[in-house]
Design a protein around this ligand. Structure first.
Ligand code: NAD
Ligand code: GLY
Length: 358
């Protein structure tokens, strides 16, 4: 059975299709969408070896003309240099404005292929087929596309919505356990920022989530996508509440950058970032120590890190001040009032705010 969630954004609306063993339906789904016949699939060697043929066969079987291009695997390749490789492939193979693009991979492939689709010939339509849990619950939905700069995460990018997101839970079978945990960090985020009941459900389903029970994962992915869709529908370009999705991210991005892209998984860095954000929230009287404890307990149960790596406070501050969420030198943090509700708060004294929780 396929579950559908619609992201309603006027003429940029699109469906998120969630199922198991649904990758092979991509050809049929794209006929329904009237997607361009000529398609560039952007992937990497890991995903191509596992799922490239299934995607290509399904598309060819439905009369499409797909060509697959692999980029190097890993966060350290989420760069302008790799983006250039995608443009080279598209131009050398005469892709034109009548073509479409598919991102087949995790968040790194999705963010880069999405940015290529946004910018190639001023924009061609694209589809997200997210294959990591993190990409299924977060990065494939909402149209944020980007590459990293050596000085900061996702500093070069665009908002560009896909025409469809096709999520096949069965592909998570081949994901490393560490990657499953990293994806679950973003799932926990949705509970903290928006849905207390969902947080409680996660607490009760830790074992099934870790065992990758299909029904449990489908519910976790579906609820996460619903929450993200609701937020993006209200605030597509992060003028207000979309910033809630950055809970734990300012500090998390600093960990990723300081330790060298790829050393820490994005979700792992977000896990520590959420703990730091909740401790600041408790310190400011917004939530209680029990809320922090529950968050820490759930993250630990999901095999996620909760302690920051050993960089100096200065290094963290310099790095956080380069984050794209900084405006006129001032940092706004997402802090939790309790579990299930957050607020945005400008930090006036960054040093004392962070020194007391690190
Ligand atoms: P990733 O894309 O590097 O994938 C993690 C690893 O898992 C890679 O080695 C990948 O090849 C492998 N993999 C993916 N699917 C697999 C599968 N089914 N089987 C086996 N291996 C598989 O990392 P990620 O965690 O998916 O994404 C992280 C990126 O997403 C970061 O760059 C982050 O900034 C970005 N992100 C973007 C948004 C957004 O809104 N655009 C939101 C959250 C995160
Ligand atoms: N992951 C943050 C956002 O999509 O806004």
């Amino acid at each position: 059975m396929i579950e559908t969630i619609n992201v309603s954004l006027a003429d940029r609306s699109y469906p998120i299709l969630i199922g198991s063993d649904s990758l092979t339906t991509i050809g049929k789904e794209l006929i329904r969408l009237d997607f361009p016949q000529r398609i560039a699939i952007i992937s990497n060697f890991t995903l191509d070896n596992l799922y490239g043929d299934a995607a290509l066969d399904s598309l060819k079987g439905s009369g499409f003309l797909p060509q697959l291009f692999n980029i190097p695997d890993g966060e350290k390749h989420k760069s302008l240099e790799t983006l250039q490789l995608i443009y080279d492939f598209l131009i050398e193979n005469n892709f034109d404005r009548g073509c479409g693009l598919i991102a087949l991979g995790g968040g790194v492939v999705g963010d880069m292929a999405g940015f290529a689709a946004a910018t190639f010939l001023r924009g061609i339509p694209y589809i997200q087929i997210p294959t990591s849990l993190l990409a299924q619950v977060d990065s494939s939905v909402g149209g944020k596309t980007a590459v990293n700069h050596p000085l900061g995460k996702n500093l070069i990018g665009a908002f560009y919505q896909p025409e469809m997101v096709l999520i096949d839970i069965a592909v998570l079978d081949t994901l490393e356990s560490r990657e499953v945990s990293a994806g679950l960090a973003e799932v926990v985020k949705y509970g903290v920022i928006r849905d207390y009941d969902f947080f409680c459900w996660l607490e009760s389903n830790v074992q099934k989530l870790k065992e990758r029970d299909t029904e449990t994962l489908i519910y976790a992915v579906k609820r996460s996508c619903q929450i993200k869709a609701e937020i993006v529908e209200i605030d597509e370009r992060e003028g207000s509440i979309r910033a809630y999705l950055n809970y734990g991210h300012t500090f998390g991005h600093a960990i990723e950058k300081l330790s060298g892209y790829g050393q820490w998984k994005h979700g792992e860095a977000v896990s520590v970032g959420m703990v730091v954000a909740s401790k600041i929230s408790a310190q400011q009287g917004l939530c209680t120590a029990q809320h922090v404890e529950r968050l820490v307990h759930l993250l630990q149960a999901l095999d996620l890190p909760i302690n920051p790596p050993n960089f100096s406070l200065d290094e963290y501050i310099v790095s956080m001040l380069r984050d794209k969420k900084v405006k006129q030198g001032s940092l706004t943090l997402v802090l939790n009032r309790r579990i299930g509700d957050v607020t945005l708060q400008k930090v006036t004294d960054i040093e004392s705010t962070f020194s007391s929780v690190l």
